[in-house]
Design a binder for this molecule. Structure first.
Ligand code: NAD
Length: 337
């Protein structure tokens, strides 16, 4: 039974299972809330207080869909649950987002279902928060030019979150499909930032911070194009076989990640690991920098590279924030099973 929300302060035991729609997620979880949730969960992971369970991802043999779940437990944030969903390429013809997901949260004390939370908007905002956390902790303080490689659905979320981390004066961008670039140009106009579409070589020569957010399966940026002191957040590679940058760049850079196990298997580091160019021990969890157990960037000449693979705990962290805020603000609906 769905009960209308009367706006009173509630807990799940008061009112049952909370339902948090996509629209409510957008209303209650902005970039600051997502940043804090993701930064906290990366810190908890590095301390061993939060861990991801093995990921399941399968081609279901219907509608060309890839379906799976990402789950985990964050003891520090008391978030237990699963993000379930995947990729339906035909959705675009139905006016639906290709990526579809829902987060299911459970009460860690009892195992009872706690909340059902829309996962589509939250996936974009938590992925943007991930690269933003890396920029906040690893980019040079005087970074002025942001380089965007990629202009798809995630790219505007990435750009908005990134420009809040440093005093950027300009955005340069390149995309394999240049017809998507006006999306970023329009956003820069809205943000009052000069925008320039450039070649990949020009992007490397100008950018102090680079975000890659494409579906590429081959290197788009070569090591020799990247200038000393650059911070690169590689955000597109989240599956075996995908690749966005030259593996030599990972040799030249100090490599950070959300989770080492994913970085070496499905992240950008998979290729440099496979060839033996770098070792898993060379890769540093960004949570160690957040916790102060690793110094992070050591000089203005160092290239830092963040391999943002996307972990289930990020999804749980932002979904938990959405559920709590929606309940507090009287925006959740409730059901009982
Ligand atoms: P999208 O389909 O909206 O955009 C795809 C982008 O990749 C566009 O810039 C497009 O021009 C480019 N592209 C498409 N095919 C390409 C190819 N064969 N080679 C090079 N570039 C190509 O997708 P999106 O939602 O913006 O997601 C972008 C990428 O980010 C995807 O690979 C997605 O899986 C990944 N992603 C990662 C995380 C994470 O946590 N790391 C989270 C969400 C999405």
């Amino acid at each position: 039974m769905v009960t209308p929300n009367d706006g009173a302060a509630v807990t799940t035991t008061d009112k049952g299972i909370s339902l948090v729609s996509e629209a409510v997620c957008e209303a209650v979880v902005g970039r600051p809330e997502a940043f804090t949730a993701v930064e906290n969960v990366f810190a908890a992971m590095a301390k061993g207080d939060a861990y991801n369970f093995p990921v399941v991802r399968e081609a279901i043999g219907h509608a060309d869909a890839l379906y799976g779940f990402k789950s985990g437990f964050d003891r520090a944030g008391m978030a237990l649950g699963v993000k379930s969903g995947g990729y339906w390429p035909g959705n675009v013809d139905k006016n639906l987002t290709n990526h579809q997901s829902t987060v299911i949260l459970f009460d860690p004390d009892t195992g009872k279902l706690r909340s059902l939370v829309g996962g589509n908007y939250l996936t974009a905002v938590r992925t943007a928060a991930s690269s933003a956390v890396s920029i906040a902790h690893l980019a040079r303080k005087d970074a002025k030019v942001l380089g965007m490689v990629g202009a798809g659905h995630q790219s505007t979320f990435q750009l908005r979150a990134a420009v809040e981390q440093r005093n950027f004066e300009k955005v340069v961008a390149w995309n394999p499909h240049p017809e998507y670039l006006p999306r970023l140009a329009e956003l820069c106009e809205e943000l009052g930032l000069p925008f320039e579409a450039v070649t990949r070589e020009q992007l490397g020569a100008q950018a102090d911070v680079i975000i890659t957010i494409t579906s590429a399966f081959e290197p788009l940026l070569m090591k020799d194009w990247i200038k000393p002191g650059t911070h690169i957040a590689c955000m597109g590679t989240d599956t075996k076989g995908k690749q966005e940058v030259d593996p030599e760049l990972l040799v030249a850079a100090t490599v950070f990640t959300d989770e080492v196990a994913q970085s070496v298997s499905i992240g950008e580091a998979q290729h440099a690991i496979e060839s033996g160019a770098i070792k898993a021990e060379d890769i540093i969890p960004v949570g160690a920098v957040i916790n102060g157990t690793h110094p992070g960037r050591r000089s203005d000449e160092e290239i830092t590279l963040f391999d943002g693979t996307g972990v289930g705990l990020q999804d749980l962290a932002v979904a938990q924030a959405a559920a709590v805020l929606a309940e507090e603000q009287g925006l959740a609906n409730f059901i009982s099973l």
